[in-house]
Design a binder for this molecule. Structure first.
Ligand code: GLN
Length: 546
């Protein structure tokens, strides 16, 4: 029977439970166990696809087209695995399938109830996903005490009863530091554990999240009041990078504790690659200013995977990306301000809808004309094509029909298979597609290959009718979708680095395997500085580490 680790959260949300989960996964992966991680989101949405990024951050897309919670991104990056849509379970999915089964008569005349029918469906989904792995970590989203979490806690409690020692509970809770008395206050944590016990769950271990390291007294107090032995109280205090958290918890003995507790074979962990990555990440020799242009810039979590992908690429090149957030709505008001930002690379970010679009187009133009290394992602690629059509081809009114349905020059339009779809949820072009890379192009040389497999999330695409005009004016298509002839990558020969993709490269970047397009972008920015186009901030050659 595979091991299950349930993670619950106490006191408040947004304290980095997902990173703790991912770090626990890393500790077990470093011992070469096969590890899977599941996120439970107790909301009624079937998936994260229909949610506003302002509220929930980015939608993470899995290879099989799941539109999931951003925690799955942390899991993939820390575990170095590819997870499926099944790894994100929501109340919406659970209720939907219970109700469908009821309509189909599968419950044979029974009264369908929260317990056992809903809890059985939750257990079935968890066990199905856990199949074949040594350990599966299940993060129960939200905070203990939330009404909507109850069926999930109940299902977890039942699994412990059924599977005994194969199930471990880890509770993650915030312990505030009271500035006036410089004291750690454990009462909220104590209450959250008391609440958990009310549902029949006694945690086996506690991870204390805190601003600074907690002292032994605080740990002792927590142990006493929560009935958890002191050696199973771990502390994840704030550190300068999330990638240090597995090392922090490992040093405190948490990896060994879990292995023992799950009765797994004792193995020495191997952190060589991870430590090497963290060392490079935290001691960069250069700083590269990357302009990030989009409309959700007030909430950087909306672009989480892109930020992480930049960090991975930066670490490999010994450069720390310094993100300069460019609100595309502001650019519309003051396009002249762009020049003052002094950025060394520009990313035009993914997005939807009309607001801020002209600002994103302006950013693409700024990078093209200023010969600043440029990466356009999804909407960023579509808008780079619009910009090129307007300002290079001369089709002044060119646009995407997403923004202007009546444009005389729809250089970007709804993909044919998207026409007639009226439901919003789960209906975009989603997940992996194979891409043919055109030999001799920048894309082919960056990938070092003739094919790529990347994840998608879009409805619109480059209108092939306009391609001859665009190509004639100097735009190069360097990546084609393999199954149907669709533009996947464009570039501008003659520009030092101008590349844009219909897909989302960020989802496949890993700490120790940075994505070639992000690597290319940072490398190009460093090379440009070396040529003296921008003020050098370091005497050493920025390319040495490449
Ligand atoms: N709005 C665009 C589309 O639907 C781009 C989507 C995106 O950037 N993810 O095609």
């Amino acid at each position: 029977m595979p091991g299950l680790i349930f993670i619950t959260g106490g006191v408040m949300s947004s304290v980095g439970k997902g990173v703790v989960v991912a770090s626990i996964g890393r500790m077990l992966r470093s011992r070469n166990f096969s590890v899977n991680a599941v996120k439970i989101d107790p909301y009624i949405n079937v998936d994260a696809g229909t949610m506003n990024p302002y509220a929930h951050g980015e939608v993470f897309v899995t290879y099989d087209g799941g539109e999931t919670d951003l925690d799955l991104g942390h899991y993939e990056r820390f575990l170095d695995v590819e997870l499926s849509r099944k790894n994100n379970i929501t109340s919406g999915q659970v209720y939907l399938s219970v109700i469908m089964k009821e309509r189909q008569g599968e419950y044979l005349g029974q009264t369908v109830q929260l317990i056992p029918h809903v809890t059985d469906e939750i257990k079935r989904r968890i066990l199905e996903t856990a199949e074949g792995f040594d350990v599966t970590i299940v993060e129960i989203g939200g905070t203990v005490g939330d009404y909507e979490q109850l069926p999930f806690l109940e299902a977890a409690r039942q699994l412990r009863l059924e599977l005994g020692d194969g199930v471990v509970f880890v509770h993650v809770a915030w312990v505030p530091l009271l500035k006036t008395t410089r004291e750690f206050k454990t009462k909220p944590l104590q209450h959250s554990v008391a609440e958990l016990r009310r549902y029949g769950i006694q945690p086996d271990a506690i991870v204390v999240r805190s601003e600074r390291p907690i002292d032994a007294n605080t740990a002792r107090k927590i142990a006493l009041f929560t009935n958890v032995p002191q050696h199973a109280i771990y502390n994840s205090y704030n550190v300068d990078t999330i990638y240090k958290v597995p090392l922090l918890l490992e040093r405190q003995g948490m990896g060994e504790f879990l292995v023992r507790r799950l009765r797994l074979e004792a193995r020495a962990p191997d952190y060589r690659e991870w430590e090497e990555f963290v060392a490079k990440l935290t001691s960069p020799r250069h700083v590269v200013k990357v302009g990030m242009c989009g409309k959700y810039v007030e909430l950087p979590d909306a672009y989480l995977s892109i930020i992480e992908a930049l960090r991975h690429a930066g670490a490999a090149l010994s450069a720390r990306p310094e993100l300069v957030w460019i609100n595309s709505v502001d650019v519309e008001r003051r396009p002249d301000r762009l020049h003052e930002l002094d950025v060394e690379a520009v990313i035009v970010l993914p997005g939807f809808g009309k607001r801020g679009v002209e600002g994103m187009i302006e950013c693409a133009r700024y990078a093209r004309e200023g010969e600043i290394p440029f990466l356009g992602i999804c909407f960023g690629m579509q808008l780079a094509v619009v910009e090129f059509a307007r300002n290079v081809v001369g089709l002044k009114e060119a646009s995407t029909t997403e923004v202007d349905p009546d444009t005389p020059h729809p250089v970007v339009h709804l993909a044919p298979e998207q026409r007639g779809i009226d439901a919003l949820g789960g209906t975009m072009i989603l997940g992996n597609r194979r891409i043919e890379l055109v030999p001799g192009t920048l894309a082919a040389s960056l990938y070092g290959s003739s094919v790529a497999v990347e994840r998608h999330r879009h409805r619109y695409e480059v209108n092939l009718e306009y391609l001859p005009k665009l190509v004639e004016a100097g735009l190069l298509v360097s990546g084609w979708r393999e199954d149907v002839r669709r533009v996947e990558i464009i570039e501008l020969p003659g520009h030092p680095f101008f590349i844009a993709t219909q897909f989302h490269p960020e989802f496949r970047s890993r700490p120790t395997r940075p994505h070639p397009l992000f690597l290319g972008l940072i490398r190009a920015a460093l090379a440009r500085r070396l040529e003296g186009k921008v003020g050098a901030r370091s005497a050493a050659s920025p390319l040495q580490a490449a």
